[in-house]
Design a binder for this molecule. Sequence first.
Ligand code: FES
Length: 118
Amino acid sequence: MSESTTAGDPPAYYGRHVFCCTNERAAGHPRGCCREKGADRLRDHLKARAKELGLKDVRINAAGCLDRCELGPTMVIYPEGVWYTFRDERDLEEILRAHIAGGGRVERLMLRPEDGPG
Ligand code: FES
């Protein structure tokens, strides 16, 4: 895999840029979707908590489908390119404090390429 930056690239706009899938599909779609699992509400919660904690160099965006629908809700955090799945506010708090604010990782919620979809 190539390096994520190249000499001469402009600096990143944000220290951490978080993309949360909030995609919705029609009910009954075989892959499901993140929104039917609360992604919209959870993304709003994450954004509000980041603001409450005063995180200045962080941007949290809603995203379209990230193609890990069966594993959702999903998010990916750059510049690291680390993916997470989460279920509730408790999971988000852990990701927010450990990774987004602290630069650490939440191993139990991380997604890896071998997790799918195949
Ligand atoms: S609907 Fe969220 S990853 Fe596809």
